[in-house]
Design a protein around this ligand. Sequence first.
Ligand code: HEM
Length: 415
Amino acid sequence: MSSIPSSKGFDSTLSLLSNPYGFIAETCHALHTDLFETRILFQKTICMTGAAAAEVFYSEDGLVRAGSMPKRIQKTLLGEKGIQGLDGEAHRHRKQMFMSLMASERIEALENTTRDLLDRYARDWEAADEVVLYDQAREILTRIACDWSGVPLPEAEVETRTAQMTALFQDAGAVGWKHWGARLARHRAERWAAGIIERVRDGSLQTRQESAAHVVATWRDLNGELLTSKVAAVELLNVVRPIVAVSAFIAQAAHALHRHPEWRQKLKDDEGQFEPFVQEVRRFYPFFPAVAARVKRDFEWRGYRFPEGYRVLLDLYGTNTDARSWDAPQEFRPERFQDREDNPYDFIPQGGGDHHKNHRCPGEWIAISQMKAFCSFLVNAIDFEVPDQVLDLETGELPPMPKSRFIMRNVRRRQ
Ligand code: HEM
Protein backbone atom coordinates (compact mmCIF):
# COMPACT_ATOMS: atom_id res chain seq x y z
CA MET A 1 0.00 0.00 0.00
CA SER A 2 1.37 3.47 -0.83
CA SER A 3 1.25 6.42 1.51
CA ILE A 4 -0.99 9.36 0.63
CA PRO A 5 1.00 12.34 -0.76
CA SER A 6 1.38 15.18 1.75
CA SER A 7 1.05 18.92 1.25
CA LYS A 8 3.84 21.25 2.32
CA GLY A 9 3.83 22.55 5.89
CA PHE A 10 2.46 21.22 9.16
CA ASP A 11 -1.06 22.71 9.02
CA SER A 12 -2.95 24.02 5.97
CA THR A 13 -5.77 25.92 7.72
CA LEU A 14 -4.52 29.32 6.60
CA SER A 15 -3.93 28.18 3.02
CA LEU A 16 -7.47 26.80 2.88
CA LEU A 17 -8.98 29.95 4.42
CA SER A 18 -7.10 32.25 2.07
CA ASN A 19 -7.94 30.20 -1.04
CA PRO A 20 -11.09 28.21 -0.16
CA TYR A 21 -12.07 27.36 -3.74
CA GLY A 22 -8.62 26.67 -5.16
CA PHE A 23 -6.52 25.18 -2.38
CA ILE A 24 -7.48 21.50 -2.74
CA ALA A 25 -7.51 21.33 -6.56
CA GLU A 26 -4.31 23.37 -6.92
CA THR A 27 -2.45 21.26 -4.37
CA CYS A 28 -3.66 18.05 -6.01
CA HIS A 29 -2.56 19.39 -9.38
CA ALA A 30 0.91 20.29 -8.08
CA LEU A 31 1.31 16.82 -6.52
CA HIS A 32 -0.17 15.01 -9.60
CA THR A 33 -2.75 13.30 -7.45
CA ASP A 34 -6.49 13.28 -6.58
CA LEU A 35 -5.86 13.32 -2.85
CA PHE A 36 -3.34 14.49 -0.29
CA GLU A 37 -2.88 14.50 3.44
CA THR A 38 -2.51 17.56 5.64
CA ARG A 39 -3.80 19.04 8.88
CA ILE A 40 -6.75 21.40 9.05
CA LEU A 41 -7.39 23.03 12.43
CA PHE A 42 -4.57 20.72 13.63
CA GLN A 43 -6.57 17.60 12.72
CA LYS A 44 -5.27 15.02 10.29
CA THR A 45 -7.24 15.54 7.10
CA ILE A 46 -7.34 13.93 3.66
CA CYS A 47 -8.38 16.37 0.93
CA MET A 48 -9.77 15.00 -2.34
CA THR A 49 -10.99 16.37 -5.66
CA GLY A 50 -12.66 15.10 -8.86
CA ALA A 51 -15.48 12.77 -9.84
CA ALA A 52 -13.70 9.55 -8.78
CA ALA A 53 -13.02 11.04 -5.35
CA ALA A 54 -16.67 12.12 -5.09
CA GLU A 55 -17.77 8.60 -5.91
CA VAL A 56 -15.76 7.06 -3.08
CA PHE A 57 -16.77 9.90 -0.73
CA TYR A 58 -20.47 9.13 -1.26
CA SER A 59 -20.32 5.33 -1.51
CA GLU A 60 -17.76 4.23 1.10
CA ASP A 61 -19.40 2.89 4.29
CA GLY A 62 -16.22 3.59 6.25
CA LEU A 63 -16.92 7.33 5.96
CA VAL A 64 -19.41 8.95 8.31
CA ARG A 65 -20.66 12.46 9.01
CA ALA A 66 -20.94 12.33 12.82
CA GLY A 67 -18.22 14.54 14.30
CA SER A 68 -16.98 15.74 10.91
CA MET A 69 -18.14 19.37 10.97
CA PRO A 70 -16.09 21.97 12.82
CA LYS A 71 -17.97 23.32 15.86
CA ARG A 72 -17.91 26.88 14.52
CA ILE A 73 -19.94 25.78 11.46
CA GLN A 74 -22.43 23.91 13.65
CA LYS A 75 -22.83 26.95 15.89
CA THR A 76 -23.72 29.14 12.89
CA LEU A 77 -24.64 27.66 9.51
CA LEU A 78 -26.01 24.24 10.41
CA GLY A 79 -27.05 24.09 14.04
CA GLU A 80 -26.43 21.04 16.22
CA LYS A 81 -27.99 17.55 16.01
CA GLY A 82 -29.64 18.13 12.64
CA ILE A 83 -29.61 15.81 9.65
CA GLN A 84 -26.13 16.83 8.52
CA GLY A 85 -24.50 14.87 11.38
CA LEU A 86 -26.61 11.70 11.11
CA ASP A 87 -25.50 8.41 9.54
CA GLY A 88 -26.97 5.09 8.39
CA GLU A 89 -30.63 4.28 9.13
CA ALA A 90 -31.13 7.36 11.31
CA HIS A 91 -30.01 9.55 8.41
CA ARG A 92 -32.09 7.76 5.79
CA HIS A 93 -35.19 8.03 7.96
CA ARG A 94 -34.72 11.76 8.66
CA LYS A 95 -33.97 12.33 4.99
CA GLN A 96 -37.46 11.06 4.12
CA MET A 97 -38.81 13.98 6.11
CA PHE A 98 -37.02 16.47 3.83
CA MET A 99 -37.70 14.57 0.63
CA SER A 100 -41.43 14.43 1.45
CA LEU A 101 -41.48 18.25 1.09
CA MET A 102 -40.10 18.18 -2.45
CA ALA A 103 -43.05 16.96 -4.55
CA SER A 104 -43.02 18.72 -7.92
CA GLU A 105 -46.39 20.43 -7.33
CA ARG A 106 -45.06 21.91 -4.08
CA ILE A 107 -41.99 23.27 -5.84
CA GLU A 108 -44.19 24.69 -8.58
CA ALA A 109 -46.42 26.37 -5.97
CA LEU A 110 -43.33 27.99 -4.46
CA GLU A 111 -42.23 29.19 -7.89
CA ASN A 112 -45.66 30.69 -8.60
CA THR A 113 -45.57 32.61 -5.31
CA THR A 114 -42.18 34.01 -6.31
CA ARG A 115 -43.49 35.15 -9.71
CA ASP A 116 -46.45 36.95 -8.05
CA LEU A 117 -44.23 38.57 -5.46
CA LEU A 118 -41.69 39.70 -8.05
CA ASP A 119 -44.49 41.42 -9.90
CA ARG A 120 -45.53 43.26 -6.72
CA TYR A 121 -41.95 44.22 -5.89
CA ALA A 122 -41.32 45.51 -9.42
CA ARG A 123 -43.97 48.19 -8.89
CA ASP A 124 -41.80 49.62 -6.09
CA TRP A 125 -38.67 49.13 -8.16
CA GLU A 126 -40.13 51.41 -10.83
CA ALA A 127 -40.36 54.21 -8.29
CA ALA A 128 -36.91 53.62 -6.76
CA ASP A 129 -33.69 55.37 -7.82
CA GLU A 130 -31.90 52.08 -7.75
CA VAL A 131 -32.55 48.50 -6.75
CA VAL A 132 -29.99 46.20 -5.14
CA LEU A 133 -31.00 42.84 -6.55
CA TYR A 134 -29.31 40.63 -3.94
CA ASP A 135 -30.98 42.50 -1.06
CA GLN A 136 -34.38 42.36 -2.72
CA ALA A 137 -33.96 38.66 -3.52
CA ARG A 138 -33.10 37.89 0.11
CA GLU A 139 -36.24 39.63 1.30
CA ILE A 140 -38.49 38.04 -1.31
CA LEU A 141 -37.06 34.59 -0.55
CA THR A 142 -37.51 35.08 3.21
CA ARG A 143 -41.18 35.86 2.60
CA ILE A 144 -41.78 32.90 0.30
CA ALA A 145 -39.72 30.50 2.44
CA CYS A 146 -41.83 31.33 5.50
CA ASP A 147 -45.12 31.29 3.64
CA TRP A 148 -44.34 27.93 1.98
CA SER A 149 -43.07 26.44 5.26
CA GLY A 150 -46.15 27.46 7.26
CA VAL A 151 -44.13 29.91 9.36
CA PRO A 152 -46.01 33.13 10.20
CA LEU A 153 -44.03 36.23 9.27
CA PRO A 154 -45.62 39.48 10.47
CA GLU A 155 -44.69 42.45 8.28
CA ALA A 156 -42.78 44.05 11.16
CA GLU A 157 -40.46 41.02 11.36
CA VAL A 158 -39.50 40.72 7.68
CA GLU A 159 -36.33 42.75 7.99
CA THR A 160 -35.11 41.01 11.16
CA ARG A 161 -35.74 37.49 9.88
CA THR A 162 -34.14 38.29 6.53
CA ALA A 163 -31.03 39.57 8.33
CA GLN A 164 -30.92 36.54 10.64
CA MET A 165 -31.21 33.99 7.82
CA THR A 166 -28.55 35.88 5.85
CA ALA A 167 -26.12 35.93 8.77
CA LEU A 168 -26.44 32.15 9.10
CA PHE A 169 -25.18 31.39 5.61
CA GLN A 170 -23.14 34.48 4.80
CA ASP A 171 -21.17 34.97 8.00
CA ALA A 172 -20.78 31.33 9.07
CA GLY A 173 -17.24 30.99 7.78
CA ALA A 174 -16.21 34.50 8.90
CA VAL A 175 -13.83 35.23 11.73
CA GLY A 176 -14.16 37.86 14.47
CA TRP A 177 -17.29 39.86 15.14
CA LYS A 178 -19.15 38.60 12.06
CA HIS A 179 -18.80 35.05 13.32
CA TRP A 180 -20.15 36.06 16.73
CA GLY A 181 -23.02 37.88 15.01
CA ALA A 182 -23.85 34.66 13.16
CA ARG A 183 -23.85 32.73 16.46
CA LEU A 184 -26.27 35.22 17.94
CA ALA A 185 -28.46 34.98 14.83
CA ARG A 186 -28.48 31.18 15.20
CA HIS A 187 -29.51 31.45 18.84
CA ARG A 188 -32.36 33.85 18.10
CA ALA A 189 -33.53 32.02 14.98
CA GLU A 190 -33.65 28.68 16.84
CA ARG A 191 -35.70 30.23 19.64
CA TRP A 192 -38.11 31.59 17.04
CA ALA A 193 -38.35 28.28 15.14
CA ALA A 194 -38.77 26.26 18.37
CA GLY A 195 -41.67 28.54 19.33
CA ILE A 196 -43.37 27.77 16.01
CA ILE A 197 -42.88 24.01 16.45
CA GLU A 198 -44.41 24.20 19.94
CA ARG A 199 -47.39 26.19 18.69
CA VAL A 200 -48.04 23.67 15.91
CA ARG A 201 -47.87 20.88 18.48
CA ASP A 202 -50.23 22.49 20.97
CA GLY A 203 -52.68 23.45 18.21
CA SER A 204 -52.41 27.22 18.70
CA LEU A 205 -50.91 27.54 15.19
CA GLN A 206 -52.81 25.90 12.35
CA THR A 207 -50.59 25.02 9.38
CA ARG A 208 -51.20 23.12 6.16
CA GLN A 209 -50.42 19.39 6.52
CA GLU A 210 -47.87 19.54 3.71
CA SER A 211 -45.96 22.54 5.09
CA ALA A 212 -42.48 22.10 6.54
CA ALA A 213 -43.58 23.42 9.96
CA HIS A 214 -46.29 20.75 10.18
CA VAL A 215 -44.17 17.92 8.76
CA VAL A 216 -41.21 18.66 11.08
CA ALA A 217 -43.40 19.23 14.17
CA THR A 218 -45.16 15.88 13.73
CA TRP A 219 -42.21 13.82 12.43
CA ARG A 220 -41.28 10.77 14.51
CA ASP A 221 -37.75 9.44 14.58
CA LEU A 222 -36.93 5.72 14.29
CA ASN A 223 -37.62 5.29 18.03
CA GLY A 224 -41.16 6.59 17.48
CA GLU A 225 -40.53 9.80 19.42
CA LEU A 226 -41.18 13.35 18.23
CA LEU A 227 -38.02 15.40 17.66
CA THR A 228 -37.13 17.61 20.63
CA SER A 229 -38.22 21.18 19.93
CA LYS A 230 -34.54 22.20 19.69
CA VAL A 231 -33.77 19.61 16.98
CA ALA A 232 -37.07 20.34 15.21
CA ALA A 233 -36.10 24.03 15.18
CA VAL A 234 -32.74 23.16 13.59
CA GLU A 235 -34.53 21.11 10.91
CA LEU A 236 -37.14 23.80 10.21
CA LEU A 237 -34.32 26.28 9.76
CA ASN A 238 -32.68 23.70 7.46
CA VAL A 239 -35.57 24.51 5.10
CA VAL A 240 -36.07 28.27 5.59
CA ARG A 241 -32.38 29.31 5.68
CA PRO A 242 -31.22 27.65 2.45
CA ILE A 243 -34.23 28.92 0.51
CA VAL A 244 -33.07 32.43 1.46
CA ALA A 245 -29.51 31.45 0.47
CA VAL A 246 -30.67 30.86 -3.11
CA SER A 247 -30.45 34.71 -3.31
CA ALA A 248 -26.68 34.29 -3.75
CA PHE A 249 -27.21 32.08 -6.83
CA ILE A 250 -29.65 34.72 -8.09
CA ALA A 251 -27.11 37.54 -7.76
CA GLN A 252 -24.61 35.28 -9.53
CA ALA A 253 -27.14 34.51 -12.30
CA ALA A 254 -27.76 38.25 -12.83
CA HIS A 255 -23.99 38.71 -13.02
CA ALA A 256 -23.79 35.98 -15.68
CA LEU A 257 -26.63 37.56 -17.68
CA HIS A 258 -24.83 40.88 -17.60
CA ARG A 259 -21.43 39.45 -18.54
CA HIS A 260 -22.91 37.29 -21.32
CA PRO A 261 -25.60 39.50 -22.86
CA GLU A 262 -26.08 37.14 -25.81
CA TRP A 263 -27.77 34.82 -23.32
CA ARG A 264 -30.51 37.39 -22.61
CA GLN A 265 -31.65 37.01 -26.21
CA LYS A 266 -31.25 33.24 -26.24
CA LEU A 267 -33.40 32.97 -23.12
CA LYS A 268 -36.00 35.34 -24.57
CA ASP A 269 -36.21 33.30 -27.75
CA ASP A 270 -36.32 29.87 -26.19
CA GLU A 271 -37.83 28.96 -22.82
CA GLY A 272 -35.91 25.66 -22.97
CA GLN A 273 -32.59 27.49 -22.47
CA PHE A 274 -33.31 28.49 -18.86
CA GLU A 275 -32.41 25.05 -17.54
CA PRO A 276 -28.92 24.88 -19.14
CA PHE A 277 -28.31 28.51 -18.19
CA VAL A 278 -29.01 28.08 -14.47
CA GLN A 279 -27.16 24.76 -14.37
CA GLU A 280 -24.08 26.48 -15.76
CA VAL A 281 -24.43 29.21 -13.11
CA ARG A 282 -24.48 26.49 -10.42
CA ARG A 283 -21.38 24.86 -11.95
CA PHE A 284 -19.34 27.95 -12.76
CA TYR A 285 -19.91 30.20 -9.74
CA PRO A 286 -18.41 29.10 -6.44
CA PHE A 287 -20.78 28.51 -3.51
CA PHE A 288 -19.82 25.95 -0.85
CA PRO A 289 -16.15 25.00 -1.30
CA ALA A 290 -16.17 21.52 0.26
CA VAL A 291 -18.03 18.96 2.37
CA ALA A 292 -16.58 16.98 5.27
CA ALA A 293 -16.74 13.39 6.56
CA ARG A 294 -14.75 11.30 9.03
CA VAL A 295 -13.15 7.86 8.63
CA LYS A 296 -15.03 5.56 11.01
CA ARG A 297 -13.03 2.45 10.14
CA ASP A 298 -9.94 2.01 7.99
CA PHE A 299 -10.53 1.39 4.30
CA GLU A 300 -8.47 1.37 1.16
CA TRP A 301 -8.94 3.26 -2.11
CA ARG A 302 -6.60 3.03 -5.10
CA GLY A 303 -3.98 1.42 -2.88
CA TYR A 304 -4.12 4.22 -0.28
CA ARG A 305 -5.16 3.57 3.29
CA PHE A 306 -7.68 5.94 4.90
CA PRO A 307 -6.95 5.62 8.63
CA GLU A 308 -9.69 5.67 11.26
CA GLY A 309 -10.26 9.09 12.81
CA TYR A 310 -9.05 11.17 9.85
CA ARG A 311 -11.26 13.94 8.53
CA VAL A 312 -11.92 13.84 4.77
CA LEU A 313 -12.72 16.96 2.73
CA LEU A 314 -14.28 16.63 -0.72
CA ASP A 315 -13.67 19.61 -2.99
CA LEU A 316 -17.03 20.63 -4.54
CA TYR A 317 -15.95 23.62 -6.60
CA GLY A 318 -12.78 21.93 -7.88
CA THR A 319 -14.85 18.94 -8.98
CA ASN A 320 -17.31 21.20 -10.85
CA THR A 321 -14.38 22.78 -12.68
CA ASP A 322 -12.19 19.69 -13.17
CA ALA A 323 -10.77 19.66 -16.70
CA ARG A 324 -11.07 15.86 -16.78
CA SER A 325 -14.87 16.19 -16.65
CA TRP A 326 -15.44 19.58 -18.31
CA ASP A 327 -14.10 21.14 -21.51
CA ALA A 328 -12.76 24.66 -20.91
CA PRO A 329 -14.06 24.55 -17.32
CA GLN A 330 -13.27 28.20 -16.62
CA GLU A 331 -15.50 29.38 -19.47
CA PHE A 332 -19.18 30.10 -18.96
CA ARG A 333 -20.89 27.89 -21.53
CA PRO A 334 -24.50 26.92 -20.75
CA GLU A 335 -24.72 24.94 -23.99
CA ARG A 336 -22.63 22.22 -22.33
CA PHE A 337 -25.78 21.27 -20.39
CA GLN A 338 -27.98 21.02 -23.47
CA ASP A 339 -27.47 17.32 -24.06
CA ARG A 340 -25.53 16.19 -21.08
CA GLU A 341 -26.21 12.94 -19.26
CA ASP A 342 -26.69 13.32 -15.51
CA ASN A 343 -23.78 12.07 -13.47
CA PRO A 344 -24.10 12.18 -9.67
CA TYR A 345 -20.37 12.70 -9.09
CA ASP A 346 -18.95 15.29 -11.51
CA PHE A 347 -21.51 18.09 -11.06
CA ILE A 348 -21.85 18.57 -7.32
CA PRO A 349 -22.57 22.21 -6.34
CA GLN A 350 -25.06 20.90 -3.76
CA GLY A 351 -23.34 17.62 -2.98
CA GLY A 352 -23.37 14.34 -4.93
CA GLY A 353 -24.58 10.74 -4.89
CA ASP A 354 -28.22 9.88 -4.26
CA HIS A 355 -30.71 12.32 -2.73
CA HIS A 356 -32.41 9.66 -0.60
CA LYS A 357 -29.44 7.57 0.51
CA ASN A 358 -26.64 10.15 0.75
CA HIS A 359 -26.32 13.64 2.15
CA ARG A 360 -26.92 15.24 -1.24
CA CYS A 361 -28.95 18.45 -0.89
CA PRO A 362 -32.72 17.84 -1.02
CA GLY A 363 -33.22 21.47 -2.08
CA GLU A 364 -31.65 21.27 -5.55
CA TRP A 365 -35.01 21.40 -7.35
CA ILE A 366 -36.03 24.46 -5.33
CA ALA A 367 -32.75 26.22 -6.12
CA ILE A 368 -33.14 25.49 -9.84
CA SER A 369 -36.81 26.54 -10.02
CA GLN A 370 -36.22 29.76 -8.07
CA MET A 371 -33.24 30.68 -10.24
CA LYS A 372 -35.36 30.11 -13.33
CA ALA A 373 -38.22 32.24 -11.95
CA PHE A 374 -35.90 35.17 -11.20
CA CYS A 375 -34.00 34.89 -14.50
CA SER A 376 -37.23 34.70 -16.45
CA PHE A 377 -38.45 37.83 -14.67
CA LEU A 378 -35.23 39.71 -15.40
CA VAL A 379 -35.32 38.71 -19.05
CA ASN A 380 -39.02 38.75 -19.93
CA ALA A 381 -40.90 40.96 -17.47
CA ILE A 382 -38.77 44.06 -16.90
CA ASP A 383 -36.30 46.37 -18.59
CA PHE A 384 -33.52 47.93 -16.54
CA GLU A 385 -30.11 49.54 -16.76
CA VAL A 386 -26.99 48.30 -15.05
CA PRO A 387 -25.11 51.42 -13.91
CA ASP A 388 -21.35 51.51 -13.34
CA GLN A 389 -20.59 49.53 -10.23
CA VAL A 390 -18.07 47.03 -8.91
CA LEU A 391 -19.23 43.73 -10.29
CA ASP A 392 -16.08 41.74 -9.55
CA LEU A 393 -16.78 38.76 -7.37
CA GLU A 394 -15.85 39.34 -3.75
CA THR A 395 -13.52 36.36 -3.33
CA GLY A 396 -12.99 36.96 0.38
CA GLU A 397 -16.65 36.02 0.92
CA LEU A 398 -18.42 32.69 1.02
CA PRO A 399 -20.20 32.54 -1.35
CA PRO A 400 -18.46 35.09 -3.59
CA MET A 401 -20.91 37.59 -5.02
CA PRO A 402 -20.65 40.77 -7.07
CA LYS A 403 -19.19 43.40 -4.70
CA SER A 404 -22.01 45.86 -5.39
CA ARG A 405 -24.68 43.11 -4.99
CA PHE A 406 -25.94 43.86 -8.50
CA ILE A 407 -27.52 47.29 -8.75
CA MET A 408 -30.27 47.97 -11.30
CA ARG A 409 -31.57 51.39 -12.36
CA ASN A 410 -34.59 52.68 -14.31
CA VAL A 411 -36.56 49.52 -13.83
CA ARG A 412 -39.65 49.41 -16.06
CA ARG A 413 -42.23 46.66 -16.19
CA ARG A 414 -43.11 45.57 -19.71
CA GLN A 415 -46.76 45.79 -20.69
C1 HEM B 1 -27.25 19.75 2.14
C2 HEM B 1 -25.77 23.23 -0.89
C3 HEM B 1 -30.30 24.94 -1.14
C4 HEM B 1 -31.63 21.85 2.33
C5 HEM B 1 -26.49 20.52 1.29
C6 HEM B 1 -25.10 20.27 1.01
C7 HEM B 1 -24.68 21.25 0.18
C8 HEM B 1 -25.81 22.10 -0.09
C9 HEM B 1 -23.27 21.43 -0.38
C10 HEM B 1 -24.24 19.17 1.64
C11 HEM B 1 -24.12 17.96 0.77
C12 HEM B 1 -23.30 16.88 1.47
O1 HEM B 1 -23.08 16.98 2.68
O2 HEM B 1 -22.89 15.93 0.83
C13 HEM B 1 -26.86 24.03 -1.15
C14 HEM B 1 -26.81 25.23 -1.96
C15 HEM B 1 -28.08 25.71 -2.03
C16 HEM B 1 -28.94 24.82 -1.25
C17 HEM B 1 -25.56 25.81 -2.61
C18 HEM B 1 -28.56 26.94 -2.75
C19 HEM B 1 -28.55 28.04 -2.13
C20 HEM B 1 -31.08 24.18 -0.29
C21 HEM B 1 -32.51 24.30 -0.16
C22 HEM B 1 -32.88 23.43 0.83
C23 HEM B 1 -31.69 22.76 1.31
C24 HEM B 1 -33.38 25.25 -0.98
C25 HEM B 1 -34.23 23.11 1.41
C26 HEM B 1 -35.34 23.68 1.13
C27 HEM B 1 -30.53 21.06 2.62
C28 HEM B 1 -30.52 20.03 3.66
C29 HEM B 1 -29.26 19.40 3.58
C30 HEM B 1 -28.52 20.09 2.53
C31 HEM B 1 -31.66 19.68 4.60
C32 HEM B 1 -28.74 18.24 4.41
C33 HEM B 1 -28.97 16.93 3.66
C34 HEM B 1 -28.41 15.72 4.33
O3 HEM B 1 -27.58 15.86 5.24
O4 HEM B 1 -28.83 14.59 3.95
N1 HEM B 1 -26.92 21.62 0.59
N2 HEM B 1 -28.15 23.83 -0.73
N3 HEM B 1 -30.62 23.24 0.59
N4 HEM B 1 -29.32 21.07 1.98
FE1 HEM B 1 -28.79 22.37 0.54
